[in-house]
Design a protein around this ligand. Structure first.
Ligand SMILES: C[S@@+](CC[C@H](N)C(=O)[O-])C[C@H]1O[C@@H](n2cnc3c(N)ncnc32)[C@H](O)[C@@H]1O
Length: 446
C-alpha cells in the first residue's frame, strides 16, 4: 500500500477522536469525517508502521446517522469534528467511548448511563479566542487551522453566540479600514494579534480583551468607539501585552469600562474578570452541578472536600447542603476568586487550602465526601494513596479525560472503592471531548 493510492473501503469503527476506521489487508487506516458502516473511496495520505491516515474522496454508501454540517468552515477549521453526526449519534458515541475506554484501559465494568446532552447543542460557548494575521496582504481573523498556526477566517462559528461572530466581523472591517494596526506573524509589530471575547450567559454582558505583541504603538480608541457604539453590552475592554503566540500575558490595562461581568450558575452569583477561570458552557455547568448534588445526596451534616477546586464552583454549590466544604487548589488567583465568590454569595462554611492536592489532603483530618475534578492528566498517584489511607466513604470523580479516569479508577477500585456509575456529560457538543461524573463508594479498606 502506497501514499496517494486509492481504495474502496467500509468503515468498521470510530477512533476516540471520531475518525472512521477501515482496514486494508488488515492494516488500519483512519479517515476524518467518515462514519461507522459507510462505504467510501479514500486516498492514503500517510503511512506509519502500525496504521495509516486517509482522506475521503467520495462517499458511496452513507450512514443514516450522517447529518449535513451547518458550518461553512467545517472542512477547514477542524474544531467541530462531530458536526457530521446527528446529535443523538454524537451522544451515543460518547457513551460508547466512555464505556469502552473504561473497560479497555481500566478493566472497569461499571454502569455507564446515557450521555447528558443539551436541548440546543449549538451557540453554547461563553468564551472564544480569535487570532489575527496578515497573509499575502489580506487580513485574516479567526481560529488556527487544526495543528497549525495559520489563521482560518471565521465568518460564523456555530458553537458561539451569534454576537461573537458579529463582533469579530466588526473588528475585521475596522482592521480593513485601517482603524488600528494588525500584527502580522511574518512582520511582527505592535498591532493586534488576538481578541478574547467573554459573555455572561445569564446577563449577556460582554468583556473584550485585545492582546497585542507590545503596546508601545497600539492605538485602540477608534476600534473601541466603534465596538461600544454597536455592542452596548460591552462592559469593559482590556489591553493585554503578550509576545508569545498563545494565552494572555501578565500585563493588562483596562482601556474602557470595568474588568467585570456578572454571571449566575447553579444559583451562585459570580463576578468574572478577563482572566477568571470559568466553565465555558454555563448551561452544562448547571447540569453538571445538578448531577453532582444528586450523586452526593448530602443530608446537611457532612464534611466535603472539593479537590482540584478551581474557583470552587462545585464546593460553593454544595455548601448549602453540607456542614463544611474544604476546597483544595494550587493556583492562588483561583483561590482568591473562590473566596470572593463565597463572600459575594454569603457562604461562610467553605474554606480554601492553597496547596497541591496531594499535600492539601493531609491537612483535612476526616471527610464524608471527596470530590475531585483534576486536569486532563488525572490524579497524582501519591494523592490516590493518601485518599486510600483516609477512608472517605464516598467519592465523586469529575473527569475531562476518560483515559486517565480509567487508570485512576483502577487504582481506586483495587484500593477498596466500588465504582457505582459513570455519567458522561456533553460539555462541548459537536466535538469529541467527553466530560464525565463517576460515583464511588468505599466498600472495604485497602
Ligand atoms: C478541571 S479544573 C477544575 C475546575 C473546578 N472544579 C471548577 O469547576 O471550576 C482543574 C483544577 O485543578 C487545579 N490543579 C491542577 N493541578 C493541581 C494539583 N496538583 N493540586 C491542586 N489543584 C490542581 C487547576 O489549577 C484547575 O483549577
Amino acid at each position: 500500500m502506497r501514499k496517494k493510492q486509492t481504495y474502496e473501503v467500509t468503515f468498521e469503527d470510530l477512533t476516540h477522536d471520531a475518525r472512521g476506521v477501515c482496514k486494508i489487508d488488515g492494516y488500519p487506516v483512519f479517515v476524518k469525517h467518515a462514519l461507522k458502516g459507510e462505504k467510501a473511496l479514500i486516498e492514503i495520505t500517510k503511512r506509519y508502521k502500525s496504521y495509516g491516515l486517509g482522506r475521503l474522496i467520495r462517499l458511496q454508501e452513507m450512514s443514516p446517522f450522517r447529518k449535513e454540517p451547518i458550518c461553512e468552515h467545517f472542512a477547514t477549521c477542524g474544531g467541530c469534528n462531530l458536526m457530521h453526526m446527528d446529535y443523538q449519534t454524537q451522544l451515543d458515541f460518547k457513551t460508547f467511548k466512555t464505556q469502552s475506554t473504561l473497560k479497555k484501559l481500566g478493566q472497569i465494568n461499571t454502569d455507564v448511563t446515557p450521555t447528558l446532552g443539551m436541548h440546543h447543542p449549538l451557540y453554547y460557548r461563553n468564551k472564544a479566542t480569535f487570532h489575527l494575521d496578515i497573509e499575502d496582504g489580506q487580513i485574516r481573523a479567526g481560529y488556527y487551522r487544526e495543528g497549525t498556526h495559520r489563521v482560518v477566517d471565521i465568518i460564523r462559528c456555530h458553537t458561539l453566540p451569534k454576537i461573537f461572530s458579529e463582533i469579530l466581523a466588526e473588528i475585521r472591517t475596522a482592521a480593513e479600514e485601517k482603524l488600528f494596526d494588525v500584527h502580522a506573524k511574518s512582520r511582527p509589530n505592535g498591532g493586534l494579534k488576538r481578541v478574547v471575547i467573554r459573555q455572561s450567559y445569564s446577563t449577556k454582558e460582554l468583556l473584550i480583551t485585545l492582546v497585542v505583541h507590545q503596546n508601545k504603538t497600539f492605538k485602540s480608541k477608534a476600534l473601541i468607539d466603534r465596538l461600544i457604539k454597536k455592542f452596548p453590552l460591552i462592559m469593559g475592554v482590556i489591553l493585554n501585552v503578550n509576545p508569545k503566540s498563545f494565552g494572555l500575558g501578565e500585563k493588562s490595562t483596562i482601556i474602557y469600562g470595568v474588568d467585570q461581568i456578572k454571571e449566575t450558575v447553579g444559583g451562585m452569583h459570580y463576578s468574572i474578570n478577563h482572566q477568571s477561570f470559568f466553565q465555558v458552557n454555563a448551561i452544562q455547568a448547571e447540569t453538571m452541578l445538578a448531577q453532582i448534588i444528586e450523586k452526593a445526596d448530602l443530608k446537611g451534616d457532612e464534611v466535603v472536600i472539593d479537590a482540584y477546586a478551581g474557583v470552587g464552583h462545585i464546593g460553593l454549590s454544595l455548601a448549602k447542603h453540607a456542614r463544611e466544604v474544604i476546597a483544595i487548589e494550587t493556583v492562588k488567583k483561583a483561590v482568591n476568586e473562590g473566596l470572593k465568590a463565597a463572600r459575594y454569595n454569603h457562604i461562610e462554611n467553605i474554606r480554601f487550602i492553597t496547596k497541591d492536592a496531594k499535600e492539601g489532603i493531609l491537612d483535612v483530618p476526616e471527610a464524608d465526601l471527596l470530590i475531585v475534578d483534576p486536569p486532563r492528566k488525572g490524579l497524582h498517584r501519591d494523592f490516590i494513596d493518601r485518599v486510600l489511607d483516609k477512608h472517605v466513604p464516598k467519592m465523586i470523580y469529575v473527569s475531562c479525560n476518560v483515559a486517565t479516569l480509567a487508570r485512576d479508577l483502577k487504582f481506586l477500585e483495587s484500593g477498596g472503592y466500588n465504582i457505582v456509575e459513570t455519567t458522561p456529560l456533553d460539555m462541548f457538543p459537536q466535538t469529541s471531548h467527553i466530560e464525565s461524573i463517576t460515583l464511588l463508594q468505599r466498600t472495604r479498606l485497602s
